[in-house]
Ligand binder design. Structure first.
Ligand code: R5P
Length: 307
């Protein structure tokens, strides 16, 4: 079936790899930026009647997320038959509920923007909360780095000495899925926050003495959680501490914090693009997974084999 794949301006290397795996050329789409920052996206080829796949590694601030909204609108107005929006990292996933009396539910707002712009489907990875799917009326294909990371852990660790660790209770369901695939010990950290990105206290529940501890989380932002957790785990006798996080947000002083922390290695995926990462941070590719999902969707086949 005919489809055309286009890249947002900040995602060219990633989208080129996806296009090559999907055995399709990258379509011609340009983003012009006015001097005040206003964006204009133009398709340089006809997309009338086509299935259009828009690929964007987005991260905040909002330039690339807004570029995606504008690209969807441009595709809709150019008479695309169907618009599939690939956002490996979906920002605002941490705000899927009202934590304060007068706060917003901004992940709902992002869903509204994507839908109102005219997208027909969203493909994304490891959302902070799966409840976000309920904010969309269009289908969301929610993939996970789970299988890639499990294969990676099997190759790099002695499973007999492995202890998986969730850095908070919110990640317990995730860690249990890893545990059932790896059949090893697990621990959980009771984390209390002062405010977003600021941790008040942490307490480890479980025995990590002499263990190779692997922390699994959906994202690493400032690195506060992972750095504090790895320090505590080593204090409690962990032999090594490594972490697997899908989204390497890496804002603020994250790179410096991670480089000087007790963590041995941090594995992130490429849902967000980064250059010049320190030696302690390694990237596990999500390209194969995203490309396979696009192909199965285009062929109208089940995505079951990806879970
Ligand atoms: C929180 O519940 C998330 O799963 C992450 O643990 C958190 O967002 C990471 O943020 P930071 O790296 O700033 O501690």
């Amino acid at each position: 079936m005919k489809f055309k794949l286009f890249s947002l301006s900040g995602s060219l290397p990633y989208s080129t790899e996806v296009a090559s795996k999907c055995k399709t050329p990258l379509g011609k789409m340009k983003t012009h930026v006015f001097s005040d920052g206003e964006l204009n996206v133009v398709f340089d080829e006809s997309i009338r009647g086509d299935i259009v796949v828009l690929v964007g590694q987005v991260q905040l601030p909002y330039h690339h997320l807004f570029e995606m909204f504008v690209a969807i609108d441009a595709a809709r107005r150019a008479s695309a038959k169907e618009i599939i929006c690939v956002l490996p990292y979906l920002p605002h996933s941490r705000q899927e509920r009202k934590d304060d009396t007068r706060s917003a539910i901004s992940s709902r707002l992002i869903a509204d923007f994507i839908e109102h712009a005219g997208a027909d489907r969203v493909i994304t990875l490891d959302m902070h909360s799966t409840a976000i799917m309920g904010f969309y009326k269009i289908p969301i294909d929610h993939l996970s780095m789970h299988n890639n990371y499990i294969e990676h852990i099997k190759k790099h660790f002695d499973l007999k000495n492995l202890c998986l660790c969730s850095p908070d209770f919110g990640g317990l369901k995730r860690i249990k899925a890893y545990k059932s695939a790896l059949n090893c010990d697990m621990a959980v950290i009771h984390k209390e926050r002062l405010s977003p990105n600021q941790i008040n206290s942490m307490e480890i529940i479980g025995d990590v003495k002499g263990k190779d501890v692997v922390i699994v989380d959906d994202m690493i932002d400032t690195g506060g959680t992972i750095c504090k957790a790895s320090e505590l785990l080593k204090q409690q006798g962990a032999k090594t501490v490594n972490a697997y996080c899908t989204h390497g947000v890496l804002s603020g002083d994250a790179l410096k914090n991670i480089s000087t922390s007790a963590i041995d290695l941090l594995y992130i995926s490429d849902t967000i693009s980064h250059q010049n990462l320190p030696d302690k941070i390694k990237v596990v590719s999500s390209v194969e997974l995203i490309s396979k999902a696009i192909q199965l969707i285009i062929e109208g086949k089940s995505l079951q084999e990806l879970f």
